[in-house]
Ligand binder design. Structure first.
Ligand code: 5GP
Ligand code: ZN
Length: 110
């Protein structure tokens, strides 16, 4: 997707602070963190949102959840706990239309 911000981060056209990467998944620090640890985990193919997960691409979602555990270990929040959020659509206030999961931690969240 030419105009997608997160596709550009995946291709390296826009820089990001990478936390974890494998064949399916990229995780990078959110540019405007809302917790001491705020990492975004995205599939390396363009999937717009949760509504667009299907039988063909669902492998990326299971890889994302495996990656989330790795990110939690890397960021030292595996044992203290964290929150995983995916916003979808207008009412969900999704700003970037490329499926992503926020990992929030590093403090007791409200
Ligand atoms: P959404 O509201 O779509 O669920 O979340 C989008 C997230 O992407 C926001 O938390 C925002 O701070 C983050 N973000 C927006 N632009 C950039 C960027 O260029 N780089 C990084 N690392 N994060 C971004
Ligand atoms: Zn994209």
């Amino acid at each position: 997707m030419e105009d997608c911000l997160f596709c550009k981060i995946i291709s390296g056209d826009i820089p990001a602070e990478k936390v974890y990467e494998d064949e399916y998944v990229l995780a990078f620090k959110d540019i405007n963190p809302s917790a001491p640890i705020h990492v975004l985990v995205v599939p390396k193919i363009h999937i717009q949102d949760v509504n667009n997960i299907n039988e063909e691409n669902v492998i990326y979602v299971s890889k994302i959840f495996e990656a989330i555990k790795e990110v939690a270990k890397i960021c030292n929040i595996y044992d203290t706990g964290y929150r995983v959020i995916s916003n979808c659509g207008k009412d969900g206030r999704q700003e970037v239309p490329h499926l992503h999961f926020h990992i929030l931690g590093g403090k007791k969240l409200s």
